[in-house]
Design a binder for this molecule. Sequence first.
Ligand SMILES: Nc1ncnc2c1ncn2[C@@H]1O[C@H](COP(=O)(O)OP(=O)(O)OP(=O)(O)O)[C@@H](O)[C@H]1O
Length: 498
Amino acid sequence: MTGRSGRGVFGKLFSKKQSTRDDRVTEIGMPTNVVQHIHVSVNSETGMIEGLPSSWLRQLNAQISPAEQNENPNAAIQAVAFHNFHVLKKEQAEKEPCKPIVTEEAITKEGLEMKKFLAKKNAHQSQDSDISIGQSSEEDVAPTDMSQRQTMPAVPIKNSLKKKDALMDLTAVVEDLSLIGTEPEESPILRKKELMNATLTDEEIYEELKRICNKDDPYVRFERIKQLGAGASGVVFIAIDSKDNSRVAIKDIDLTKQSKKDLILNEVNVLKGFNHKNLVNFLDAFLCYDHLWVAMELLDGGSLTDVVTEVVMREGQIAAVCRETLEAIAFLHSKGTIHRDIKSDNVLLGMDGTVKVTDFGFCANIVGDEKRQTMVGTPYWMAPEVVTRKQYGKKVDVWSLGIMAIEMIEGEPPYMKEAPLRALYLIAAVGRPKIPRWDKLSAEFQDFLDKCLQVDADERATAEELLAHPFLDCAAELKSLTPLIRAAHKILHKNFSD
Ligand SMILES: Nc1ncnc2c1ncn2[C@@H]1O[C@H](COP(=O)(O)OP(=O)(O)OP(=O)(O)O)[C@@H](O)[C@H]1O
């Protein structure tokens, strides 16, 4: 799930029309086989990073103070790189709902653009390039008020890297940006299925969808009752299945508007392959001309986001939601799958207190402890190793669960009120977020959070280990969630009945 009204801030920085990727490639006209050596340094007098593309520096300086840049340059660079390559792309996708959010293939293409861009930047060091990845115009950038930033209270910085090490690292970091994905031999290691999907033509994807879909005409079989919402990939509505009069949720995806049909195929394949009490189970898929209808279990309690934003949860209720979510995560991990987008928006509730995880568009298949290196997910819930583009594995879901637990305490994840680039910097620089009202939490809950939010993924617990954590012993009955859901729906004027 991506839409959370009032919680997303990414749109504010970028209002101007972007040039298309094709435009940019044409404009750039890059030399090939160029090895770029970008010299990035911290100015010892101003404390500010120099040497990055100017549009990046403007963003950086608008949101991260000189003291912070000086303190943790590596985190600042990682954050701005991440911002340009991921957040902006996602924002664009949300503004144009027909385009799905960033995929590994898109990142690969962007990596190639970035490599070319940096090569050009190197060739014209002194010039302020008019070509940028993301955006370039001054007006696009939030006003820079350095005086305000300089007096900003210092954030607690965890010195994960000594400054000298960080500076030595900078060239590597910037050069590494070109590895966000470039030629096939430099791309992240993909599982066979992903490779296969990535190389399928539209015709092949339609053929594959036809093969796996139910042949019934969905317009005849289902009576459409009401719309639940719209996401990047389609509209979700409640329908009655004439076969047994049951109520189901159907996602209607207009395939003509999907440039990344392989992602849809991936989601259907993941949904079809799994059945678990804590996953929103797939019922059937139907292909009708260019529309794919995916029928799923209907969760009539809406998303956990509605609850966390509107009502206060008790520890027992939080433990119950954590346990159910962990069951889903442990199941996915046992199947070699990382969800990569665990957050309250992707946890749906039944009115009886059932808790189920949904949204598998981002799932990646891995083998054993194989690690991945692509940036997917939603920034606020993202593990530090994803933001800093280290290799990552299943434990990213455990970090996100820890952030979701903070949502259940606080109503929102850490840094939600911060500008996006700054939030990314804080994830990379601070590491484990400060949890307000920490002292009010039970010792078991504190320990549970500690185990989820270890910056070092090796120190972080696995989903399986957390299922045995004593905090979960205090889990309340699931039906205790029902009054919370009712209260939230009342405030939000939500009604899942006809
Ligand atoms: N099985 C379901 N039962 C009840 N509500 C659902 C179900 N699936 C989705 N919804 C609701 O429908 C709305 C749209 O869901 P959708 O998954 O399309 O959103 P999205 O995540 O923003 O989109 P996308 O995954 O395409 O980026 C959300 O409010 C979600 O809570």
